[in-house]
Design a protein. Structure first.
Length: 321
């Protein structure tokens, strides 16, 4: 399930006392555990966006890789290629990147280098086990960031890396077809085998049970985060599902993207609807008043009886018989 390893880690933080009742009885999450919590929210939001892709796509989440306890957040396999996707949640931050460098509000982070290594690792494993070269691209999916500025193509040595808002994933993944149906079937089969990613396997906790435990934790923690500021809950608010955009992949090169203001667009839409409704109401009222006025005028008019006359023998009019 999405964010499975992070949820397991977060629950262990709960057991270790780093999520605990505060002086007022409210559940408090310490800074040590807050990073894991934000990570879960980010991976779940990215997974929601990926779920909007068509049936030709296979999406795998939380794939344990290697022997160091690391995992792949999301792996997307489709006609347009294979993509390693890492979720990053940094509410309100500005992302600036180029080559292997990346900064969040001016502070350097290793996100690009990390996903470049993981992308090369996945490409090697899939290619050796599928029996043909499997080109893999990496995507950093940013949740709730304010802006992304790409000053130069990301990655090095031919590795292609993208940094996009989570809402742009559908557009980024859709491009020219590079995989045949036979290659896709082989890739999905190989990627679904635990042995492709790790020499040893361990039993994982049931996904449905983990979802219930995280939902209970989220319900307890949200009031505390809400009291510390609205930004803490940006991605935990429900979002309206979007239809996947069928568009070509963005061109590589300098570009700036700004996260869409959902609240602003909703307010504008409501204002327009309210204005149109008011205008329609006024027009209907005017028409109704005019109809009532015509009806009153017609009701007060008294019909005039004009006597009918017929010509007499002398040619002068006389009373009708």
């Amino acid at each position: 399930m999405p964010a499975q390893s992070l949820i397991e880690k977060l629950l262990s933080e709960w057991d270790a006392g780093r999520i605990h009742p505060g002086p007022s009885g409210q559940i408090v999450i310490d800074d040590e555990a807050r990073g894991w919590y934000d990570g879960v929210l980010g991976e779940r939001q990215t997974a929601l966006e990926l779920s909007l892709l068509g049936p030709e796509w296979t999406i795998l989440h939380s794939i344990p890789i290697g022997e160091r306890g690391t995992d792949i957040d999301h792996l997307a396999i489709g006609p347009c290629g294979v993509f390693v996707i890492n979720s990053k949640r940094h509410p309100g931050k500005t992302v600036t990147a180029g080559g292997l460098g990346m900064r969040l509000d001016g502070i350097g982070v290793g996100h690009v280098s990390s996903i470049a290594r993981q992308t090369a690792q996945v490409e090697g494993r899939l290619s050796s086990r599928c029996g043909f070269a499997v080109p893999v691209e990496g995507i950093l999916s940013f949740v709730d960031v304010r802006r992304i500025v790409i000053k130069a193509p990301l990655g090095e040595n031919g590795t292609r890396i993208w940094a996009v808002h989570d809402s742009q994933l559908s557009t980024t993944l859709h491009g020219p077809r590079v995989m045949s149906d036979e290659q896709l079937a082989r890739l999905v089969s190989v990627a679904s085998l635990p042995g492709t990613w790790s020499k040893s396997t361990v039993s994982s906790r049931p996904g449905a049970h983990l979802i219930q435990e995280f939902a209970a934790l989220e319900q307890e923690v949200d009031p505390y985060l809400e009291s510390r500021g609205a930004d803490a809950l940006v991605s935990s608010q429900p979002r309206l599902p979007r239809q996947p955009a069928r568009a070509t992949r963005p061109r590589r090169g300098p570009r700036t993207t700004t996260a869409p203001s959902r609240r602003g667009s909703d307010l504008m839409r409501r204002a327009i609807v309210g204005l149109v409704t008011a205008l329609v109401t006024i027009i209907v009222g005017i028409i109704a008043l005019e109809m009532m006025a015509h009806a009153l005028v017609a009701a007060t008019q008294v019909p005039t009886m004009v006597p009918t006359t017929t010509p007499t023998a002398t040619g002068t009019p006389g009373p009708a018989p």
